[in-house]
Write a protein that binds this ligand. Sequence first.
Ligand SMILES: O=C(CO)COP(=O)(O)O
Length: 262
Amino acid sequence: MSDARTPLIAGNWKMNFDHLQAIAFVQKLAWSLRDARHDFDDVEVAVFPPFTDLRSVQTLVQADKLELKYGGQDVSTHVSGAFTGEISATFLKKLDAEYVIVGHSERRYRHVESDETIAAKAKAARDGGIVPLICVGETAKDLERHEPSAVPANQLRGALIDFKPGDEFVVAYEPVWAIGAGSPATPEQAQNVASVLREVVRQAVGDETAAKTRILYGGSVKSDNIVGFMKCPDVDGVLVGGASLDVDEFSAIARYKKHATY
Ligand SMILES: O=C(CO)COP(=O)(O)O
């Protein structure tokens, strides 16, 4: 990663933890991180709870002045109206959410979201004042037919169609074959794709924004493999699934600098 970009350690809880469990988790995480503030001075930590937990997380973060960011796991392409079950960026903004995940592979494949829908969601987030965290990644099947970076680069090109220089967004490269698999990509594989993705960002929004945009790696990240990813020049953080549900493990991931020798 580059010193020009603040590392982002993000935990995607997916459909885990109700709001009571979320409160307990955030309190424990805050204690764990507070004890070790010096280990992650310039590292940003964020959690992505289910929508029903967000108000509780906001209340805790604001009451205790926690240095913890949070965001939604999905967002509507609309601002308001007759869209049963949808949550708009405006509502997330009212909860002081910083980020929202768009284009996670579980939504691309299980909820059949197209590149167009994901582009519209990323735009809706940006327009609503929320930073979209745009996920891209290839399946094992894609790898049989394409270069590793081909599908993620295409997905990112599609998602950035309405973006312009100066817009803030985060990219997460999550190879689908590494998600929940227990075996991550190698740091070399992550770096190779991340450098292509940075070039896609450069072509979409220019040099300056590309140099500032954070690109994360996601897929079976744990405290014992994070350092390898954080040493990659184009990887600026991680998006963690399973390991973000364990306070000690997620806290150890956030304190990765303690184990690293740079
Ligand atoms: O999908 C992920 C984060 O969004 C990654 O999940 P795992 O860390 O469980 O592989």
